[in-house]
Design a binder for this molecule. Structure first.
Ligand code: CMP
Length: 141
């Protein structure tokens, strides 16, 4: 069993599609084992996306990610990191395949509705960024 971090971003929260996105995951057989709504500070968003600090979109991205509440979730399942990335679709919704979350709900390449960890190492770090051990006790294992 693998775990990954998923974020429903401020654009999707303000469009009131939290339930639809969660339904998307559940219909694909992905289990949610931890979940909460939080509002990141600019500093927290900068820390979360530190890997992108040299990118031209870093300031705008961290402004956006701290502009309103997000829903953070730990997803669990076999090969869930890759599976989640397929369900989300390409980063830029213009390139996202039909039937993916980003094709359906994203606004543009920045306001792209959802985030998902891209590797087991990143998933571990990103889960620990938002969740304590105590909050991670539930499991489908
Ligand atoms: P995410 O999967 O959360 O990882 C990094 C984020 O940076 C990405 O989704 C987008 O929200 C944002 N991003 C990636 N590329 C661009 C870009 N070219 N312009 C603006 N934002 C981007």
């Amino acid at each position: 069993m693998e775990r990954t971090l998923s974020i429903i971003k401020p654009d999707a929260v303000s469009k009131a599609v939290i339930g639809k996105i969660i339904d998307w995951f559940e219909r694909k057989g992905i289990r949610i084992v931890a979940m909460k709504m939080v509002r990141m500070s600019k500093e927290q968003a900068e820390a979360f996306y530190a890997v992108h600090k040299d990118k031209p979109f870093y300031d705008s991205l961290t402004d956006f990610m701290s502009s309103g509440p997000v829903v953070v979730m730990v997803l669990e399942g076999e090969n869930v990191i890759q599976k989640n990335r397929e369900i989300m679709g390409a980063t830029n919704p213009k390139d996202a395949a039909p039937g993916t979350i980003r094709k359906e709900f994203a606004t543009d390449v920045e306001k792209n509705a959802v985030h998902g960890s891209d590797s087991p190492e990143t998933a571990k770090q990103e889960i620990a960024f938002f969740f304590s051990e105590y909050e991670l006790l539930s499991s489908t294992k």
